[in-house]
Write a protein that binds this ligand. Sequence first.
Ligand code: FES
Ligand code: FES
Length: 170
Amino acid sequence: MTFSISLTVNGVRRDVELDNPRVTLLDLLRERLQLTGTKKGCDRGQCGACTVLVDGRRINSCLALALSHDGADIRTIEGVAEGGHLHPVQEAFIAHDALQCGFCTPGQIMSAIGLIQEGQTDGDPERVREGMSGNLCRCSAYAGITEAVLDAQKKLAEAGGTDAGRRDAA
Ligand code: FES
Ligand code: FES
């Protein structure tokens, strides 16, 4: 038995046949759609490396069944830069040296975009740290990550909004 689902991934509709109802959204993205920017760290909801936005909200895609997201709008790290320009959060991660090996970075960036859109941190480093606490970094680049999120949040706010998912907010 197969299951047909349709997703919008980074603005493009994707129709997928699943032969197993237990396929996770992470495996669908990486293995079926070849979007390998989303990383598999723990595969059990503990590290945040697999973070993507689903209908604007950040989730751990390793814990999400693809089948239960039929019709969803998915944004992955491959879909945040536009027109040859990095997303403001990506630029901030570079400017603040917020990565070392880079394995956790796609998840950190997607989580940061989601956190900024949630609009709850108020420019407070402690709230940023708490809001990003589901994303682990084995290289311990946490100081730079917090600075990058605060910087991107400030720049996006100055540009007129907290809709960090939109490149044109930069
Ligand atoms: S791979 Fe999903 S939380 Fe670690
Ligand atoms: S930069 Fe290496 S795990 Fe975060």
